[in-house]
Write a new protein. Structure first.
Length: 217
Protein backbone atom coordinates (compact mmCIF):
# COMPACT_ATOMS: atom_id res chain seq x y z
CA UNK A 1 0.00 0.00 0.00
CA UNK A 2 2.25 2.86 -1.18
CA UNK A 3 -0.30 5.52 -0.24
CA UNK A 4 -0.02 4.48 3.42
CA UNK A 5 3.64 5.55 3.37
CA UNK A 6 2.59 9.06 2.36
CA UNK A 7 -0.28 9.06 4.84
CA UNK A 8 1.68 7.93 7.89
CA UNK A 9 4.57 10.25 7.03
CA UNK A 10 2.13 13.15 7.20
CA UNK A 11 0.11 12.04 10.23
CA UNK A 12 3.16 12.43 12.49
CA UNK A 13 3.16 16.16 11.67
CA UNK A 14 -0.36 16.61 13.03
CA UNK A 15 0.70 15.69 16.57
CA UNK A 16 1.65 18.48 18.97
CA UNK A 17 5.19 18.05 20.19
CA UNK A 18 8.07 20.19 21.37
CA UNK A 19 10.54 21.25 18.69
CA UNK A 20 13.37 19.48 20.48
CA UNK A 21 15.05 16.12 19.91
CA UNK A 22 13.21 14.67 22.91
CA UNK A 23 9.88 16.01 21.66
CA UNK A 24 10.48 14.59 18.19
CA UNK A 25 11.30 11.20 19.67
CA UNK A 26 7.97 11.20 21.49
CA UNK A 27 6.13 12.14 18.28
CA UNK A 28 7.87 9.41 16.32
CA UNK A 29 7.18 6.84 19.06
CA UNK A 30 3.44 7.56 19.09
CA UNK A 31 3.32 7.68 15.30
CA UNK A 32 4.92 4.23 15.25
CA UNK A 33 2.26 2.95 17.65
CA UNK A 34 -0.55 4.50 15.57
CA UNK A 35 0.78 3.03 12.34
CA UNK A 36 1.39 -0.39 13.86
CA UNK A 37 -2.13 -0.62 15.29
CA UNK A 38 -3.79 0.61 12.07
CA UNK A 39 -1.83 -1.66 9.75
CA UNK A 40 -2.14 -4.64 12.10
CA UNK A 41 -5.93 -4.26 12.17
CA UNK A 42 -6.02 -4.05 8.37
CA UNK A 43 -3.74 -7.09 8.11
CA UNK A 44 -5.90 -9.07 10.54
CA UNK A 45 -9.14 -8.31 8.65
CA UNK A 46 -7.71 -9.14 5.23
CA UNK A 47 -5.88 -12.22 6.48
CA UNK A 48 -9.01 -13.46 8.26
CA UNK A 49 -11.03 -13.11 5.06
CA UNK A 50 -8.46 -15.11 3.08
CA UNK A 51 -7.88 -17.80 5.73
CA UNK A 52 -11.57 -18.45 6.37
CA UNK A 53 -12.36 -18.54 2.65
CA UNK A 54 -9.45 -20.84 1.83
CA UNK A 55 -10.19 -23.23 4.69
CA UNK A 56 -13.89 -23.39 3.84
CA UNK A 57 -13.49 -24.01 0.13
CA UNK A 58 -10.50 -26.34 0.35
CA UNK A 59 -12.11 -28.73 2.83
CA UNK A 60 -15.31 -28.87 0.77
CA UNK A 61 -13.51 -29.50 -2.51
CA UNK A 62 -14.42 -26.15 -4.10
CA UNK A 63 -10.95 -25.44 -5.44
CA UNK A 64 -12.21 -23.46 -8.44
CA UNK A 65 -13.62 -20.48 -6.49
CA UNK A 66 -11.74 -17.47 -7.85
CA UNK A 67 -14.03 -14.46 -7.39
CA UNK A 68 -15.60 -12.69 -4.42
CA UNK A 69 -19.12 -13.16 -5.79
CA UNK A 70 -18.74 -16.94 -5.79
CA UNK A 71 -17.30 -16.93 -2.29
CA UNK A 72 -20.18 -14.81 -1.00
CA UNK A 73 -22.84 -17.18 -2.35
CA UNK A 74 -21.15 -20.35 -1.05
CA UNK A 75 -20.32 -19.36 2.52
CA UNK A 76 -23.72 -19.91 4.14
CA UNK A 77 -24.51 -23.30 2.51
CA UNK A 78 -21.00 -24.67 3.05
CA UNK A 79 -20.63 -23.56 6.67
CA UNK A 80 -24.24 -24.27 7.53
CA UNK A 81 -24.42 -21.04 9.51
CA UNK A 82 -27.13 -18.53 8.71
CA UNK A 83 -25.68 -15.12 7.98
CA UNK A 84 -22.16 -16.36 7.21
CA UNK A 85 -22.29 -14.73 3.78
CA UNK A 86 -23.50 -11.48 5.36
CA UNK A 87 -20.60 -11.49 7.84
CA UNK A 88 -18.21 -12.10 4.94
CA UNK A 89 -19.75 -9.15 3.08
CA UNK A 90 -19.42 -6.90 6.15
CA UNK A 91 -15.75 -7.84 6.48
CA UNK A 92 -15.20 -6.93 2.85
CA UNK A 93 -17.05 -3.65 3.39
CA UNK A 94 -14.85 -2.82 6.39
CA UNK A 95 -11.73 -3.58 4.36
CA UNK A 96 -13.00 -1.47 1.47
CA UNK A 97 -13.89 1.47 3.71
CA UNK A 98 -10.43 1.37 5.27
CA UNK A 99 -8.80 1.43 1.83
CA UNK A 100 -11.07 4.23 0.62
CA UNK A 101 -10.41 6.43 3.64
CA UNK A 102 -6.65 5.97 3.58
CA UNK A 103 -6.59 6.50 -0.19
CA UNK A 104 -8.60 9.72 0.11
CA UNK A 105 -6.41 11.08 2.90
CA UNK A 106 -3.26 10.14 1.01
CA UNK A 107 -4.59 11.94 -2.06
CA UNK A 108 -5.17 15.02 0.06
CA UNK A 109 -1.60 14.85 1.38
CA UNK A 110 -0.11 14.45 -2.11
CA UNK A 111 -2.15 17.38 -3.44
CA UNK A 112 -1.12 19.68 -0.60
CA UNK A 113 2.45 18.52 -0.02
CA UNK A 114 3.83 17.42 -3.40
CA UNK A 115 1.69 19.43 -5.82
CA UNK A 116 1.08 22.41 -3.52
CA UNK A 117 -2.60 22.49 -4.53
CA UNK A 118 -4.76 23.93 -1.76
CA UNK A 119 -8.50 23.93 -2.28
CA UNK A 120 -11.55 23.75 -0.05
CA UNK A 121 -11.63 20.51 2.02
CA UNK A 122 -15.06 19.40 0.71
CA UNK A 123 -13.94 19.90 -2.91
CA UNK A 124 -10.65 18.10 -2.31
CA UNK A 125 -12.44 15.14 -0.76
CA UNK A 126 -14.94 15.10 -3.63
CA UNK A 127 -12.19 15.05 -6.26
CA UNK A 128 -10.15 12.32 -4.57
CA UNK A 129 -13.23 10.14 -3.97
CA UNK A 130 -14.47 10.58 -7.53
CA UNK A 131 -11.07 9.50 -8.86
CA UNK A 132 -11.48 6.28 -6.86
CA UNK A 133 -15.20 5.65 -7.35
CA UNK A 134 -15.87 6.65 -10.98
CA UNK A 135 -13.68 3.93 -12.62
CA UNK A 136 -15.22 1.26 -10.36
CA UNK A 137 -18.76 2.46 -11.09
CA UNK A 138 -18.20 2.59 -14.85
CA UNK A 139 -16.66 -0.88 -14.82
CA UNK A 140 -19.60 -2.30 -12.87
CA UNK A 141 -22.10 -0.65 -15.24
CA UNK A 142 -20.51 -1.67 -18.53
CA UNK A 143 -18.73 -4.95 -17.67
CA UNK A 144 -20.67 -6.36 -14.71
CA UNK A 145 -19.33 -8.61 -11.97
CA UNK A 146 -16.51 -10.12 -13.99
CA UNK A 147 -15.27 -6.65 -14.88
CA UNK A 148 -15.13 -5.52 -11.25
CA UNK A 149 -13.16 -8.65 -10.32
CA UNK A 150 -10.58 -7.93 -13.03
CA UNK A 151 -10.46 -4.27 -11.99
CA UNK A 152 -9.77 -5.31 -8.39
CA UNK A 153 -6.86 -7.50 -9.45
CA UNK A 154 -5.52 -4.76 -11.74
CA UNK A 155 -5.65 -2.22 -8.90
CA UNK A 156 -3.59 -4.52 -6.66
CA UNK A 157 -1.02 -5.03 -9.42
CA UNK A 158 -0.74 -1.25 -9.94
CA UNK A 159 -0.33 -0.69 -6.19
CA UNK A 160 2.40 -3.32 -6.09
CA UNK A 161 4.26 -1.76 -9.00
CA UNK A 162 3.87 1.70 -7.48
CA UNK A 163 5.29 0.60 -4.14
CA UNK A 164 8.92 0.85 -5.24
CA UNK A 165 8.43 4.49 -6.23
CA UNK A 166 7.50 5.23 -2.61
CA UNK A 167 9.90 2.90 -0.82
CA UNK A 168 13.17 3.92 -2.49
CA UNK A 169 12.72 7.68 -1.85
CA UNK A 170 11.64 6.90 1.71
CA UNK A 171 14.80 4.90 2.40
CA UNK A 172 16.94 7.51 0.64
CA UNK A 173 15.54 10.45 2.60
CA UNK A 174 15.56 8.74 5.99
CA UNK A 175 19.18 7.70 5.41
CA UNK A 176 20.29 11.28 4.65
CA UNK A 177 21.91 12.84 7.73
CA UNK A 178 21.48 16.34 6.31
CA UNK A 179 17.71 15.86 6.39
CA UNK A 180 17.29 13.60 9.42
CA UNK A 181 20.05 14.78 11.74
CA UNK A 182 20.36 12.48 14.74
CA UNK A 183 17.28 10.55 13.56
CA UNK A 184 19.07 9.22 10.47
CA UNK A 185 18.85 5.47 9.84
CA UNK A 186 21.53 3.36 11.44
CA UNK A 187 23.85 1.58 9.03
CA UNK A 188 22.24 -1.83 9.66
CA UNK A 189 18.74 -0.40 9.22
CA UNK A 190 19.75 1.38 6.03
CA UNK A 191 21.18 -1.85 4.61
CA UNK A 192 18.09 -3.86 5.64
CA UNK A 193 15.76 -1.24 4.15
CA UNK A 194 17.55 -1.31 0.81
CA UNK A 195 17.46 -5.11 0.76
CA UNK A 196 13.69 -5.01 1.30
CA UNK A 197 13.28 -2.28 -1.34
CA UNK A 198 15.32 -4.26 -3.87
CA UNK A 199 13.35 -7.42 -3.07
CA UNK A 200 10.05 -5.59 -3.73
CA UNK A 201 11.39 -4.21 -7.01
CA UNK A 202 12.71 -7.64 -7.98
CA UNK A 203 9.38 -9.37 -7.35
CA UNK A 204 7.56 -6.73 -9.37
CA UNK A 205 10.04 -7.07 -12.23
CA UNK A 206 9.53 -10.84 -12.17
CA UNK A 207 5.76 -10.30 -12.26
CA UNK A 208 6.07 -8.08 -15.33
CA UNK A 209 8.37 -10.54 -17.10
CA UNK A 210 5.99 -13.44 -16.40
CA UNK A 211 3.00 -11.41 -17.55
CA UNK A 212 4.54 -10.32 -20.85
CA UNK A 213 6.02 -13.78 -21.45
CA UNK A 214 2.57 -15.30 -21.02
CA UNK A 215 1.04 -12.84 -23.49
CA UNK A 216 3.76 -13.33 -26.05
CA UNK A 217 3.67 -17.10 -25.65
Amino acid sequence: MPHNLYLHSSVVQTRRYEETPAGKRVAVRYAFIDSTIALSCALFINAAILVVAAATFHTSGHNDVAEIQEAYRLFTPLLGVAGASAVFALALLASGQNSTLTGTLAGQIVMEGFLNIRIRPWLRRLITRLIAIVPAALTAIFFGESGTARLLILSQVILSLQLSFAVFPLVRFTSDRAKMGEFVNAAWLKALAYVVALAIAGFNAWLLVQTFRGKVG
